[in-house]
Design a protein around this ligand. Structure first.
Ligand code: NDP
Length: 479
């Protein structure tokens, strides 16, 4: 059969203008870092240097805290309606400039433009609109006279959904009357820097939003600052544990959104083709760099062969390559370090006895790439069944009875999310009751809404983001 020739469709990057160098954002201005140090941010799909950003140190965090203190004096005097006006303005500007943000996110982080354009940016705007709507209704909801904002909130975000994580954190914090010092991930600072420009454009009072770029030492300095009253963190369980230890002797609010190893359970009565699609979306979305990724396929034994054969066929059609190509399904791995981590865990999976399937696609020569990968014949004790790989790698485990499916699914130190695929509503309710996970999807996966709380159990962290629960995380009982 003749096949059509592939024609790429590249989104233009000329819409974004990236400065050669960025400072730290406090007192409503970009300022040179006291550290006088910078680090380079690169595009993981080409290894091209995009810009240099400040490497903030303790003294830069001190400056941001002083700025936040003066911002708080102004912000705390505004009514909820006045705070809402700024948040609505930010939401509208994000919508207006969403193409620019999407291209920048794909350039700096490597994710496919169809995801940054059609998932990240609409969600970012939706979060700002949603929390803007709450700012003047807090009294109605909880009689907030007994509750007050923390004051200065430190927020540390990861590289997998840079602007979306910013919106999950910044919008509810500002809506509830807090001021923010944000530390974005070392490898993806550019959309947060563009967001700081938007704060200037909407006339947000200086000091209400502060941004200190840098590395892990910058994040640690933020955590250690005694005038920061709440830390909201998303990232690895190891750093989450460090933050919990570091703040144990302080009166401080803490939200930790950490890793996951979600089970996507497929029962033998599921609609197989839809379930294959859901499993593909569950693990290959955003290169598998997703804390709630369905990274364990928990499959009923009697449909194993049929399901795996359909899954492998579907995986072969995934297009890996240039994140700015509108047809790309899987973009670049975010960094060399993450690629090395994925490769090493996959090699361990092979050594332990797992059977590996990888797609035949061509990979670009420059940049960091990993083929969509499926393990079968894996045991629950294998590292690939237990550890968060955070890449496009799916591990299959099988079960015979529903009870066994639950036992296998809960046999993890994490508890962030899970998926259930079955035609029977009663089975969905039965399984959801027994799964230890903060978010459970049924006959779908990776569905998000700003009104829905998100967060984990066990080593996936504590506290909730999103919805009314997410707002409460930024309010404390008045002493
Ligand atoms: P980290 O937990 O190191 O990074 C998350 C954020 O924390 C980044 O902004 C990072 O800064 C910052 N940070 C690092 N060290 C400290 C510290 N001591 N104190 C305060 N902040 C700190 O994740 P990695 O980027 O190293 O990824 C490692 C693994 O973590 C991944 O392979 C994945 O398994 C998991 N992960 C989970 C995420 C989730 O959404 N739950 C998100 C990202 C990673 P910087 O980037 O500058 O080092």
């Amino acid at each position: 059969m003749n096949t059509w020739e592939y024609a790429e469709s590249i989104e233009s990057s000329s819409i974004v203008s990236i400065e050669k160098k960025y400072g730290i954002f406090f007192d409503g201005q970009f300022q040179s870092p006291n550290s006088k140090k910078y680090l380079k941010t690169i595009s993981p799909s080409t290894e091209e240097v995009l810009s240099s950003v400040a490497l903030g140190n303790k003294s830069d965090i001190d400056s941001a805290v002083e700025s936040a203190k003066s911002g708080l004096k102004v912000w705390s005097k505004l009514s909820g309606t006045q705070r809402a006006k700024y948040l609505f303005k930010l939401a509208r500007l994000i919508q207006e400039r969403s193409r620019e943000f999407a291209v920048l996110e794909s350039l700096d982080g490597g994710k496919p433009i169809k995801e940054s354009r059609d998932f990240d940016l609409p969600q970012v705007a939706a979060n700002f609109f949603y929390f803007a709507g709450w700012a003047d209704k807090l009294d109605i909801s909880w009689n907030t006279k007994g509750l007050k904002p923390y004051g200065i909130v430190g927020q540390i975000i990861p590289w997998n959904f840079p602007l979306l994580m910013l919106s999950w954190k910044v919008a509810p914090a500002l809506a509830t009357g807090n001021v923010v010092i944000l530390k974005p991930a070392e490898s993806t600072p550019l959309t947060a820097l563009l967001f700081a420009e938007l704060c200037q454009e909407v006339g947000l009072p200086p000091g209400v939003f502060n941004l200190v770029t840098g590395d892990g030492t910058t994040g640690a300095a933020l955590v250690q600052h005694p005038d920061v009253s709440k830390i909201a963190f998303t990232g690895s369980t190891a750093v989450g544990k460090y933050i919990q230890n570091e703040t144990a002797d302080r009166d401080i609010g803490l939200t930790l959104e950490l890793g996951g190893k979600a089970a996507n359970i497929v029962f033998n009565d599921a609609a197989i083709d839809q379930a294959v699609e859901g499993v593909v979306n569950g693990i290959f979305f955003n290169q598998g760099h997703v804390c709630c990724a369905g990274s364990r396929l928990v499959l009923q034994e009697d449909i194993h062969d049929e399901f795996v054969s359909k899954l492998e066929k579907r995986m072969q059609s995934l297009r890996v390559g240039n994140p700015l190509d509108k047809n790309t399904d899987i973009g670049a791995i975010n960094s060399k370090e993450q690629l090395d981590k994925i490769s090493s865990l996959v090699n361990e999976g092979i050594a332990e006895g797992g059977s590996i399937f990888q797609t035949d696609c061509d990979l670009p020569t420059d940049g960091y790439w990993f083929r969509p990968t499926l393990f079968t014949n894996a045991q629950p004790s294998y590292k690939i069944s237990r550890e968060e790989i955070f890449g496009p790698v799916l591990t299959t485990l099988t079960f015979r009875t529903p009870e066994e499916a639950i036992e296998i699914s809960n046999n993890t130190e994490y508890g962030l999310s899970a998926g259930i695929w079955t035609e029977k509503g009663s089975k969905i309710l039965w399984a959801a009751d027994r799964l230890q996970a903060g978010v459970i999807w049924a006959n779908t996966f990776n569905k998000f809404d700003p009104s829905s709380p998100f967060g984990g159990y066990k080593e996936s962290g504590f506290g909730r983001e999103g919805g009314r629960h997410g707002l409460l995380s930024y309010l404390k009982v008045q002493s």
